[in-house]
Structures are given as C-alpha cells and as structure tokens.
Design a protein. Structure first.
Length: 282
C-alpha cells in the first residue's frame, strides 16, 4: 500500500498539526474544512507555527516553503478523490463521522485507507460504519502534533494486517514514535492519564492542597513537565470530561467517573486555556 497523497479532514487544532507534519514529511497533503473561514484559520495556524519556527531558528526557510508547497486546502470532498490515506480529525461525534465517511466513500479509491484521530471512540465501531472495515484504523496524535513524538496506532477487530502495517509505517515516516494500542476507550495514554487527572480534582475538592501546591508537588516531586491542573487547562476540561464519560460508560469503574467539580466547570464554560479560564485564569 504505497501512500503518496494524504487527506486530512478537519483543520482545527489537531487537524492543522496533522496536515503540517504530513506535508513536512513530503506527502502531497489536502486538508478539508467545512467552510472558508475555518479553513483560513487552520492554514493560518500552520503558517504561523512555521514562521515562528523560522524566527527562532528551529525551521529552515527551505523546509517552510517545502511544507507549504505540499499543502493545499479545500471545502469540498472532491479534492480528496486521489488520496491514498485519509486521516479524520473532526468533531468527536459518531453520527458526524459516519456521515463524513459515507460522503467520502462515493469519491475515493477502493484501496484508500481511512484512519481516525479520535481520542476516545471505538475504532471497531467507526470501522463498522464504513464500507471498508478492513482498510480502517486509528492514528491518535498528541497536541501539539508537530512537537509530540508519540502516535498511538489502533487496529479495529476488522483491520487487515496489511492496513495495520501500512499505517504503522506511515506514522514512522512522519518522524513519530508509534506504539500499538488496544481498541479500548482511552487507548493507552488516556487510560492511564485520565484517572490521574480526575483523582487530582477529587483530592483538591477534599482539601489536599491548593492548585499551585498540588501542581508544584507533581512537577518537582515526580518530574512531570506540568502539574495536573495546568495539564487539565491545556488539554481542555470539556475534552477531559467527554473522555471520562466514555470511559466510565465502558468500564463502570469509579476511577473513571467525572468529579462534580469538573462537571460544573464545564457547564460554566470554564474549559481551560481555550476559553480564558479553567482552574487558572489566562
């Protein structure tokens, strides 16, 4: 399965980063958004990231030009018809994803591989909504995509060995370090990370310490790059709440149940950095 042209669905925070690393690795990359405004915002994010890299001496001017030269944007599906691999990074909603796959399958080649960047939904269930369950898998990138080395490769029950190998090799070709994760909610990283974050919230609710002291404790005591509340604000409280609910629905274990404080902060619109306020103000 030779992969030369890559399509990316969604040019938000994750999609734009995925499109950038694909283009930087030499792939002809087509990124699709729902409208011109969202597309311009996403492509602008890529250009700013590259421009900042050039200004800091971390990105060569030639590399910036090559990445942008490999990248094109669109608001329709027809531009994706020649893609060998399509990476879906749209909203975490099963119906929206199902509808998107259906629209694409009328256009792309029978051999085209679909992968989802979902952080929580069942890959086997997503594969079952398509007409190519054997050519379907998961590629879970981490934010910020251009900087984070890890990619989780998830195979559905229906993913063929050939598809799995092609997707794993593709992740390596991006300069990433792929690991194979099971098709279970949270995969590997979130399965271990989310209970830790939820437990930090419970501990804070129970008066264990201040936000600052708990964060400092985990940074300086365990060598973590950031404390749990700084990380929660970075990831997004709404995102964490969403993933926790899916994990609790699957396993019914108290460790995955969202604490009351998390629910109320999400309802109040305090989603973290992206909203200007989470556990901290920005």
């Amino acid at each position: 399965m030779a992969i030369k042209t890559v399509g990316v669905l969604g040019c938000g925070l994750m999609g734009s980063g995925i499109a950038q690393v694909c283009a930087a690795a030499g792939y002809t990359t087509v990124v699709r958004e729902v409208d011109d405004i969202a597309l311009a915002r996403g492509v602008g994010r890529i250009k700013k990231f590259l421009d900042d890299g050039v200004a800091k001496g971390k990105v060569e001017v030639a590399a910036r030009e090559q990445t942008l030269g490999n990248l094109s944007g669109t608001t329709n599906f027809d531009a994706l018809k020649d893609c060998d691999l399509i990476i879906e990074a749209i909203i975490e909603n099963l119906d929206d994803k199902r509808q998107t796959y259906g629209s694409l399958e009328k256009i792309v080649k029978p051999s085209t591989i679909f992968v989802s960047n979902t952080s929580s939904l069942c890959i086997t269930e997503l594969a079952a909504t398509s007409s190519r369950p054997d050519r379907f898998g998961g590629l879970h990138f981490f934010n910020p995509v251009p900087l984070m080395k890890l990619v989780e490769v998830i195979r559905a029950l229906t993913t063929s060995d050939e598809t799995y190998q092609a997707v794993f090799s593709f992740a390596q070709s991006l300069g990433k370090e792929p690991i194979t994760a099971p098709d279970r909610p949270g995969f590997i990283v979130n399965r271990l990370l989310v209970p830790y974050l939820l437990d930090a919230i419970r501990a804070y609710e129970n008066g264990l310490g201040t936000l600052e002291d708990i964060d400092q404790g985990m940074k300086l005591g365990c060598g973590y790059p950031m404390g749990p509340f700084t990380l929660l604000d970075f990831v997004g409280l709404d995102t964490t709440y969403y993933i926790a609910n899916i994990m609790f629905e699957e396993f019914r274990e108290p460790a995955y149940a969202p604490p009351p404080l998390l629910k109320r902060m999400v309802l109040a619109g305090r989603h973290g950095r992206k909203s200007g306020q989470g556990f901290y103000k920005y």
